[in-house]
Design a protein around this ligand. Structure first.
Ligand code: ATP
Ligand code: MG
Length: 564
């Protein structure tokens, strides 16, 4: 395929790259980077950026760097550096030997700052943070020049050297670019390039007491690494002139910044600050709580990298912000697991059933299909015996209209087994609670079909009581009640926005014998109940915990159908 053909149907980013290839702007290279700040765990929004950066480069035979944008010592930690690498790998991407840290460029960035001062394009300013804000002006009014703006290069160099040497306290001075206090773009009103922070950095330790700002660091890091297309989210659109200004003033290699809309998901917050609050204030168990939209949470919940990548591909990139329905993400996880998750029987809320005409000591091995979507996954044997468990909700003594499942006197099918008929309901004499059912089975219906062709209205899942494995299951629901919790004014009021029922823990569930020996992280479909993943953290020898990844009902498919 020629480069111009790639343009057909391409999104706006690929269209730009195609043009650059045709005009040989970067020597026909495509080199992107994914630049997380190690101040939190990666989330599904980052996945969009990862898939885009690595995906686009791969399409053009290019390269992608992983770069930690670590210039703020107050929030960054090694724990985050490690989790980010693990998550990018898990998503299926590889940076080979191109792992970089902006903090490794501190010496070089300092030299660039000195160069700007020498060229008369930067100055040391003694205004406080509040004063800088006052002088900055507003969207409708121009700013005022700092009284320190016209210091000589010599004085600026002297002061900047002394800032670096630690002579001044935090906040006493800054290094600012000398651009234009009347610029209609507030970002261009003499932005701060360096600030004083007497704080050890998780990598450079006590070596530095001045730290470069994001704006100064990012463009120069891109330049140093020979990035061609620097893809970032829309909120940096106003910073692009500054990105270009710094590179132009220094006359260095000049990558191109391109902005795209960030991913927003309904019922989800994707701000690291808010996610950190959820963790710190104990609203969730940790960054990898299965209710979190973090990649580690989604992984623990049973989401697959394939499903996340397909979701990211399908939503594509756009120039305007929107909120994606979380049901779409859920649709892709169902689609993926439907093809690969083995079907098994798991009873979440068990009701004991004694099959009174079944021989006491008899056990039969019945054939069950592992995945109707994939014949190659074969079948397995499941044991059947006189006492089984069915789901409490599959029986009703006084059924509502249209209840098709088991009621006294009615016959239903046990999946892969027999037809049974309920003959007696046994209750606790004191509480009236149903303790067990007595049923009879029809031996002629082995495998679940009647030779006389008679039909039943329902097929129930079940497990043999003597063979079942007792497990804990955790059912998850949305963490937030509102469609757009990120929009909440000011600081998000977690208490009123959080769904109090986002986690339901069920103990005393029973799963079929074949699950006695399962591996952490593997996902099964419990028939009729959803997809369940073996919790890698809380499962231990003798105690299995299953996380429900997602229920079976695809609300997205339903919505899509209605809109057709
Ligand atoms: P912070 O709130 O700390 O600035 P951030 O979400 O911008 O966090 P970064 O670590 O700076 O986090 O993000 C790394 C990269 O991922 C950036 O290029 C950023 O634009 C991108 N990114 C972050 N959130 C999203 C999102 N919701 N959708 C798409 N890309 C995102
Ligand atoms: Mg950021």
């Amino acid at each position: 395929m020629s480069d111009s053909e790639k343009g057909a149907g391409a999104d706006f980013i690929r269209t730009i790259i195609n043009e650059d290839m045709n005009t040989n702007k970067y020597g026909r290279r495509v080199h992107t980077r994914f630049p997380p700040e190690p101040n939190g765990y990666l989330h599904i929004g980052h996945a969009k950026s990862i898939c885009l950066n690595f995906g686009v480069a791969a399409e053009y035979g290019g390269l992608t760097n992983l770069r930690f944008d670590d210039t703020n010592p107050s929030k960054e930690e090694v724990e985050y550096v490690e989790s980010i690498q693990e998550d990018v790998r898990w998503l299926g991407f590889d940076w080979d030997d191109r792992l970089f840290y902006a903090s490794d460029y501190f010496a070089q960035l300092y030299e660039y700052a000195v160069e700007l001062i020498k060229r008369g394009m930067a100055y040391v300013c003694d205004l406080s943070a509040d004063e800088i804000r006052e002088y900055r002006g507003t969207l409708t009014e121009p700013g005022k020049n700092s009284p320190f703006r016209d210091r000589s290069s010599e004085e600026n160099l002297d002061l900047f050297t002394r800032m670096k040497a630690g002579e001044f306290p935090d906040g006493a001075r800054t290094l600012r670019a000398k651009i234009d206090m009347a610029s209609p773009n507030i970002t261009m009103r003499d932005p701060v390039l360096y600030r004083i922070m007497h704080m050890p950095h998780y990598r450079s330790g006590d070596q530095w007491v001045i730290y470069p700002t994001y704006d100064f660091t990012h463009c120069l890091s891109d330049s140093i690494e020979g990035i061609t297309h620097s893809l970032c989210t829309l909120e940096f659109e106003n910073n692009r002139p500054l990105y270009d200004w710094i590179l132009d003033q220094l006359e260095v290699y000049h990558p191109q910044q391109i902005e795209f809309a960030r991913l927003n998901l309904s019922y989800t917050v994707l701000s690291k600050r808010k996610l950190l609050r959820l963790v710190d204030e104990g609203f969730v168990e940790g960054w990898d709580d299965p209710r979190m939209p973090t990649l580690s949470g989604l992984r623990r919940r049973g989401y697959t990298p394939e499903a996340i990548r397909e979701f990211c591909d399908q939503i594509g990139v756009a120039k305007t912000n929107s909120i994606i329905d979380i049901a779409l993400l859920e649709h892709f996880i169902r689609k993926d697991l439907n093809l690969r998750a083995p079907r098994v029987s798991g009873v979440l809320r068990p009701l004991r059933v004694v099959i009174t005409n079944y021989p006491e000591d008899q056990v039969e091995e019945l054939e069950a299909i592992n995945n109707p979507e994939d014949e190659s996954m074969g079948s397995r044997k499941v044991p059947f015996s006189r006492v089984i468990y069915i789901e409490q909700e599959d029986f009703s003594e006084s059924p509502p209209p249209k209840f098709r499942r088991l009621v006294p006197g009615r016959e239903v099918r046990l999946r892969y087994a027999y037809f049974i008929t309920c003959t007696e309901v046994v209750k606790d004499q004191e509480t009236g609670e149903i303790i067990e059912l007595h049923c009879t089975y029809d031996p002629e219906t082995r495998g679940g079909n009647a030779p006389d062709g008679r039909k039943v209205k329902a097929t129930l899942h079940w497990v043999s009581a003597a063979h079942a494995v007792e497990v804990e299951t955790r059912l998850y629901d949305r963490l937030f009640l509102t469609n757009n919790p990120d929009e909440a004014e000011g600081d998000l009021d977690f208490k009123s926005n959080l769904n109090p029922d986002s986690l339901e823990i069920l103990e005393g569930c029973f799963v079929e014998q074949s699950l006695a020996d399962v591996s952490p992280g593997v996902t099964y479909q419990f028939e009729r109940q959803g997809y369940f993943c073996v919790d890698p953290k809380d499962s231990q020898e003798g105690k299995l915990v299953f996380n429900r990844t997602i229920s079976l009902r695809d609300t997205w498919a339903k919505i899509a159908k209605q809109n057709m």
